[in-house]
Ligand binder design. Structure first.
Ligand SMILES: [Zn+2]
Length: 247
């Protein structure tokens, strides 16, 4: 997972969404709201089916990866607050993410909340997922980050891993493991040169980071992996170029 910059919605889409939001509200008040039907028909319009979807896909680079797993093609508009439980949020742009078929199926209408009512699911458009998640380079699994301050795993990390089954999907773990290995290999290769060309290394790393692991490698626990420690200790200038480029 990685932090995603949400694109701005064009004016025409904003207007359409406001209208739909009002329609949903009125139907809800009248007790005749069928959100699945309302969504299905809206989803078939060019504005949602093409414009909005393309906009979200564009935010995920050329490979249009799912915002939750970064492993599969993002093919659908996903409601962060599930529309089945929170229909009033169905047509709010800030509630839309891009997701793949598998993440959409697994998440379904799951939406863990903290006692305060705040979501316990990581929203990649709103926060750095690595604040709550950690990565196991041996298994390739994503897991909850252990928070030293509270002396416990991040509750949001735990709930996110559970809701999306991030530690139970073999193909997903294999994808993350491979990406981590490639990133490590590139750094190992660079370490053979002296001095290490930070800009060239950064460019190579960014090209290979399909799974958003670079912030973990340079800002979170990944910087304690032996290869990255060597880069940090022995080639500080190159380290700083890379660290600044992946934040
Ligand atoms: Zn996915």
């Amino acid at each position: 997972m990685r932090r995603v910059q949400r694109p701005a919605a064009p004016a025409r889409l904003k207007t359409y969404l406001s209208k739909k939001e009002a329609v949903v509200k009125a139907a809800q008040q009248a007790g005749r709201l069928d959100i699945e039907k309302t969504w299905k028909s809206a989803r078939q319009t060019k504005l949602l089916g093409t414009t909005a979807l393309k906009l979200l896909q564009g935010a995920m680079g050329q490979r249009e990866r799912c915002m939750y797993c970064l492993d599969a093609h993002g093919t659908d508009i996903e409601h962060f607050w599930p529309k089945a439980r929170y229909p009033a949020r169905a047509f709010i742009w800030a509630n839309w993410l891009l997701c793949c078929t598998e993440c959409g199926r697994i998440k379904g209408s799951k939406f863990p909340l903290a006692g305060s009512g705040r979501p316990l699911l990581v929203n990649p458009c709103a926060e750095d997922p690595w604040q709550h998640l950690d990565f196991d380079a041996d298994t390739g699994n994503l897991m909850a980050r252990y928070d030293n301050a509270s002396g416990a795993p991040s509750p949001k990390g735990l709930a996110t891993v559970q809701a999306l089954e991030l530690d139970q999907r073999e193909a997903l773990s294999e994808g993350y493991r491979r990406t981590h290995r490639r990133l490590t290999d590139v750094v190992e290769n660079a370490l053979r040169g002296n001095p290490v060309d930070g800009a060239a290394l950064l460019a190579k790393l960014l090209e290979l980071d399909d799974h958003g692991l670079l912030p973990w490698c340079f800002h979170w626990a990944g910087q304690n992996e032996p290869t990255f420690v060597r880069l940090k200790v022995d080639h500080q200038a190159a380290w700083h170029v890379c660290a600044a480029g992946v934040s």
